[in-house]
Design a protein around this ligand. Sequence first.
Ligand code: GLN
Length: 229
Amino acid sequence: PAARAADKELLVAIDAAFVPFGFKQDGKYVGFDVDLWDAIARELKVGYRFQVMNFVGIIPALQTRNVDVALAGMSIKPERARVIDFSDPYYASGTAIMVRSDNTTIKSAEDLNGRVVGAKTGTATADWIKANLKPKELRLFQNIDDAYLDLRAGGLDAAMHDTPNVEYYVKTAGDGKVKVAMERKTGSLYGIGFPQGSEWVQPVNAALKKMRADGRYAAIYRKWFGTEP
Ligand code: GLN
């Protein structure tokens, strides 16, 4: 790994609109993905710079090799794994529904049938809603925070996204106006993305394994989620 450091600065795509994995705070990019990557890069002694992208642009950017790596709370899915490479899983996630605090009618995914629902373009949740539910309207947003604002303003009946994101938003930015209506266990696992055949998959997996064993992974996890991994 030391030899690699000299030859290359990796371009690392992040989704900076996905609390608490990637977001901007006091002019800086922060979050679980940001800290995890920084720790991996230190372990591998490789330089890097972040490239902020819309989630929907990340897989195409890996496919065209415009970026070297991507951390975006990206769920490992077979159709994605056919076009990019994934690291070993680094986070176990699910999906959750956010409603306004006064809502008493939406308690399950099926309760979204016939409602106006918001989700994020290109995500596993958007695909799942299309395949499994019949909302009156599915509004897709590039930035899920805009869906949450639309929900608060009364435009949406509910928004659905990854559980840690919904929980973190409700807790830190919800102002008591929104709540978690329900959480769905999906078995979804996040992976770090690479162009197919990337030489970085194996070293990154080795770094992850080492960081899980020596507590560095747990420290980052505790910092952002307040619990043990
Ligand atoms: N985990 C979800 C997916 O991969 C959403 C990730 C995100 O919004 N950054 O589809």
